[in-house]
Design a protein. Structure first.
Length: 302
């Protein structure tokens, strides 16, 4: 039986649309959008009132999808923003033959372990280069954008303003294939903390944090400092101890320096002090000491 690439790609595009993911055509055998650019816009059809880019023209309408894919074996792009998706893109090192750099999947697994979680079980695909795409549903009410290296080396994200190549598409270096997971899981909270721009704290509770730590560690430090600074009466001591124990893991791994963590947590506790500063500093010291002792030797993420 002869394989019909148009039929297979049409089926894959319709399958993505059935999941609520907005698709648009990519040039056959490539990762580039097949839609016209702004300079070549005819200002007709969907562009009558102004040029519509691929993110705006992506659709879940099965009739529009059939009309596009019935005649040409377009690859499939998924516009992540309109689809309500955040996709973690785990790349491979550019020079896989000689580079000692870990893959994005290796780095991401190490970061998950450091955050105290397993790699999330969600819908994922293998890319043509041998990397992976992990699909997550975006949190409600938050508009996340693309990132490059914010989470870690060779770990990028696609959200509003971005797209990914869908399973079933093929380029000269290989095929995009679904691996596992039937549905996209919600974006884990610890990842959202890294990707979401930090809210501006109130002036009275503002505790600036300056660090040259890796993005993951810096985000964790800012988050814990904000938790302490905004903790309500009756929860501050517990919040402070929990923050010290969480950040102690990053001191043990070498991603944060103890002095900067002690200083940041001490100033955060002082923002709304109900106890003596000596008391808070003692809580911080005990929490960090316990965490460092219990996490020493576990290493840092590659």
């Amino acid at each position: 039986m002869t394989h019909d690439p148009r039929s297979a790609l049409l089926h894959a595009a319709l399958d993505a649309a059935e999941r609520g993911w907005h698709v648009f055509p990519l040039r056959p055998g490539t990762k580039r959008p097949a839609l016209h650019g702004e300079t070549a816009c005819p200002h007709t059809g969907p562009c009558t009132t102004g040029h519509q880019k691929w993110e705006q023209r992506a659709t879940t309408d099965p009739d529009r999808i059939r009309a596009a894919w019935s005649h040409t074996p377009f690859n499939i792009g998924i516009a992540t923003g309109p689809s309500g998706l955040v996709v973690i893109d785990l790349d491979m090192p550019k020079d896989k033959g000689t580079s000692d750099a870990p893959s994005g999947a290796t780095t991401f697994k190490a970061l998950c372990e450091r955050a105290g979680h397993a790699v999330p079980d969600t819908y994922r695909t293998r890319t043509a280069s041998g990397g992976e795409h992990l699909y997550f549903t975006a949190p409600d009410g938050i508009r996340l954008s693309n990132t490059a290296g914010t989470i870690g080396e060779l770990v990028d994200t696609r959200a509003w303003g971005g797209y990914v190549v869908a399973a079933g598409s093929t380029i000269p270096t290989g095929r995009y294939e679904a691996l596992c997971g039937s549905v996209a899981a919600p974006l884990p909270g610890w990842l959202q903390t890294i990707l979401q721009p930090a809210p501006k704290p109130t002036h009275a509770r503002s505790v600036p944090v300056s660090t040259h730590a890796p993005a993951y560690a810096a985000a964790a430090l800012r988050n814990e400092v904000n938790n302490v600074a905004t903790a309500t009466d009756g929860t501050r001591n517990t919040t402070l101890l929990r923050a010290a124990r969480a950040l102690g893991r990053l001191i043990a791994s070498g991603d944060l320096h103890r002095t900067e963590v002690e200083d940041a947590l001490s100033r955060a506790a002082a923002a709304n002090a109900t106890q003596s500063q000596h008391y808070y500093d003692d809580v911080i010291s005990r929490g960090l000491g316990w965490s460092i002792a219990n996490n020493r030797g576990k290493g840092r993420a590659a």
